[in-house]
Design a protein around this ligand. Sequence first.
Ligand code: PHE
Length: 344
Amino acid sequence: MKEKLEALKIEALAKLQDVSNPQELNDLRVKYLGKKGELTEVLRGMGGLSAEERPIIGQVANLVRSAIEEIVEAKQEAFVQQETLNRLQAEKVDVTLPGRRLAQGGIHPLSRVVQEIEDIFIGMGYRVAEGPEVETDYYNFEALNLPKNHPARDMQDSFYLTDDLLMRTQTSPVQVRTMQAMKGEAPVKIICPGKVFRRDDDDATHSFQFHQIEGLVIGRDIRMSDLKGTLQQFVQEMFGANTDIRLRPSFFPFTEPSVEVDVSCFKCGGNGCRLCKQTGWLEILGAGMVHPNVLEMGGYDPAEYSGFAFGMGVERIAMLKYGIDDIRHFYSNDMSFVKQFRGV
Ligand code: PHE
């Protein structure tokens, strides 16, 4: 019996030594140590042994059992360790690899120009006002001294939604909305950036939708010279200290007198170049003294108050400033266009 046990031990240890996976190990454990295992089988035969032999064989059997158990445990431990190692290997992260770059957005050139203009006017004590893009006929035209059927309405072809509602064709309606909201209080000093819409066919310089910035100042003794000085200050901050302006007579129904405002060409300094079409001047905005009718409809007595207003096209200014030759670039969502303005 002793020999049987020894043989069993040698066989078990040899087989266990060679196991290659946990499943095999478990099978061997059951085969030798299980309730119906071979060792148990041998020990069952101990009943037939003499009283002297029994403790001796018992001892041998225990030694065989613990020898097998020991190697089973060692192997089990080795498999666990191997598994941990494998997992670590599989989940390995090389922290020295360069990171994946997140695509970084940039501020759209139109937003840049709007922010820049806002900053300049906020620096002069203006506040930013807003108004709706869907506007009533009253605010877009009538309250701006453009009664129904007035021929000057043709200057701005409109998208009407109903008889009374349209997409605003200009930011000027915010003038009237602001005056009414101020309830006759003065001074009023606002600028209003926003989208406007006109029934234009799109081409390199026209778009059915574009942006304007409106300015309005109302107070006592506001004069044409205040308008000129304000715009002079604005263009110098916007285009450079040497920039000059000139006012040309013009017509807008809501201002009297009205002017078109040119800036000296900031590219050639006024000598004449392609940008200014050899004239030395660039037309950038419309302006004038607020018409008495408009003051009245806004709730200000024209005998007591006066004011000036101006309106400029954001796209046009951005195109001049950055040398962009087609207004459609602004809306084409072409990343290579927008990316150029990331660090401007
Ligand atoms: N609203 C005018 C336009 O869109 C511009 C303007 C604004 C002119 C304010 C004078 C005063 O053409």
